[in-house]
Design a binder for this molecule. Sequence first.
Ligand code: GLP
Length: 244
Amino acid sequence: IIHGDSDAASLSVANEIASLIKQKQEQGTKAVLGLATGSTPVKVYDYLVQFHKEGRLSFKNVITFNLDEYFPMEPDSIHSYVRFMNEHLFDHIDIEPHNVHIPDGNLSMDEVRKYCDDYEEKIKNVGGIDIQVLGIGRTGHIGFNEPGSTLNSKTRLIRLDRVTRLDAASDFFGEENVPKRAITMGVGTIMNARKIILMAWGEGKSSIIQQAVEGEIKESVPATFLQHHENCDFVLDEAAASSL
Ligand code: GLP
């Protein structure tokens, strides 16, 4: 789905999420959202906050699972995805804090494996993810599923690709400060969502979008696995779609 610009595209995604939440409210059930960080979804979150402030949308029936977190990472660090999500969304809406799930980057090595298995269980126990929002990294990663991630991979600790760490270097004031690892939902976890919306803006994403949408399905470009999903939209601006 190609929009004229990222603002119009973000509004359409925010509207789709709001419709799901309202539909679930009418049914008296919960809406389960899979959420992403990075610059790409920020405008979607801005619109959701705006809908809430205008009194048009409540998040009381919403459960969220974030895709990933750097490891190690203190939750109150300026670089943490906990902080990112609070600043861009959770601090401004009426979501119940116990309904928010973000991978914990502050665990000991001994705790990680069980924690990741429990994260998977929690997603299953609420009936799975209704809408999973995604950005895409320059390596073709979704969440932090770097090249080499398998179709069935689950939530786990991974080693970040050099390209990803270089892309994050300016945020961390130098590549040497970027964590070498992260906890991420797996490709399999993402593929289990009933609906997936991958967003990308700008010409810098056009080459990886072309590979993800039209390229051969392969582990070296994990986003190509989305071609197997029966309900996945790529929502793009003109520039990100320019190589298709
Ligand atoms: C990070 C996140 C991804 C995100 C990617 C792209 O690697 N873990 O979930 O998709 O960045 O970031 P941006 O949206 O800033 O281009």
